[in-house]
Design a protein around this ligand. Sequence first.
Ligand code: NAD
Ligand code: AHE
Ligand code: ZN
Length: 369
Amino acid sequence: MKVRAAVAHKAGAPLSIETVELDGPKAGEVLIEIKATGICHTDEFTLSGADPEGLFPAILGHEGAGIVVDVGPGVTSLKKGDHVIPLYTPECRNCEYCLSGKTNLCQAIRATQGKGLMPDGTSRFRIGSSMVHHYMGCSTFANFTVLPEIAVAKIRPDAPFDKVCYIGCGVTTGLGAVINTARVEPGANVVVFGLGGIGLNVIQGARMVGANMIVGVDINPGRKALAEKFGMTHFVNPKEIKGDVVPHLVELTKGGADYSFECVGNVQLMRQALECCHKGWGVSIIIGVAGAGQEISTRPFQLVTGRVWKGTAFGGAKGRTDVPKIVDWYMDKKINIDDLITHTLPLERINEGFDLMHAGKSIRTVVVY
Ligand code: NAD
Ligand code: AHE
Ligand code: ZN
C-alpha cells in the first residue's frame, strides 16, 4: 500500500514528506494506522547523525498511537480495530531477559531492530525499488507502519491518540525512571538535570511518589514556571549561580541528592548528576543518550564512597504490561500530559517541530495524521 511518511534521507537534512510503499504484515506482525506521534529528542539525536546505530534512509518516530488495521498469520493478542501504542522496547515474555525479572530490555528482536529491519531481516518500507529502514522498530513518522505483535501495547479505546502517543516514550521514561529504576521513596530529595519532555515527567513522577525537595536544573529559564506546576520545588540555572553547580546542589540539598536524573544527554552533566548525590547512598540515573564517541568519567572515589551510577531505557517499563496502566493513570487524571504537549502539527510541517525543539520553545510537539 502507499503511505505518507517523513523520510530521513541523510544526517542533518530536513525530513522529506513522500509517498512510500509499505508491504502488509507477515507472520506475527500487525499493520497499524498511526493517528498521532510525538517528536522526542532521540529522533533529533538520530537525525543529527550522532547515533552510532543511525541508518539512512529511514522513517524515524517512536512515540506513536494508532489503530490495528490488519494482522498477519499467527497473531493472537491483537485484532483489527484495537487501539495501540507501538513499543521500541518490546515485551515477548519469553526471552531470557523477559523471564529474568531483572530488566525490561527484551532482546527477542533487538538485533534486527538495531539494523532497521523487521525480525525476518527485511524492511516493509520502500521507495521505488530502494528499501527504507525502520527506526527503533516503530517508524511512527508514517501514517501506516508494521510492527511485530510483541512490540505493541493494546490500550483502552477512549484514550485520545494525540495525548497518549506521548506515553510511547517520554511519559513512561520519566515516570518509570522514578518508579521502576530509582524507586524513589517518600521524603527523598531529588535533582533533575534537563527540564524538557523527559525531565518534566521525572518531576511529575517524583511528586507522585512523595519526594521532598525536587530540584530542577536547566539553562533555559523558560522552563521554570511549567516545572513548578509539575512539582519542582527549587530551580537552579547553572548560568546564574556563582561557581560550580555541584557544591551548589550539595549545599541546597543539605548533603546531596538521594536521587539525581540526567535528562539531557550531556556527559559533563552526567558527571555533575553523579557528584551532586549524597555520600554513602545517592543514586544517579542516566536517561539522556549521548552521541557516538562520548564517554562518561568521574573519580572512582565517588563510587567508593557510596554513590551509585545507573541507567534506564524506557523507564524500566515492560510495555505491554505497563503502558495500558499509564494510559489509565492519564484517563483518571492522575498524571498531566496535556500541559506538556505544547504544539500540534500536521505531518507536512513536521520539520517545524524539530525547529521548535532546537529553539527551546516546545516541550512536546505532536504530529497528527
Ligand atoms: P528536550 O529537548 O525536550 O529537553 C532537554 C532539556 O535539556 C531542555 O530543557 C534543555 O534546555 C536542557 N538542557 C540542554 N543543555 C543543558 C545544560 N547544559 N544544562 C542543563 N539543561 C540543559 O529533550 P527530551 O525529549 O526531554 O530528551 C532528553 C534526553 O533523554 C535526550 O538525550 C533523549 O535522547 C533522551 N531520552 C532517553 C530515553 C531513554 O529511554 N533512556 C527516552 C527518551 C529520551
Ligand atoms: N542507539 C544509541 C542509543 C539510543 C538509546 O539509548 N535508546 C534508548 C531509548 S531512547 C528513546 O527516546 C534505548 O531504549 N536504549 C536501549 C536499546 O536497546 O536501544 C546508541 O548509542 O547506539
Ligand atoms: Zn524517545
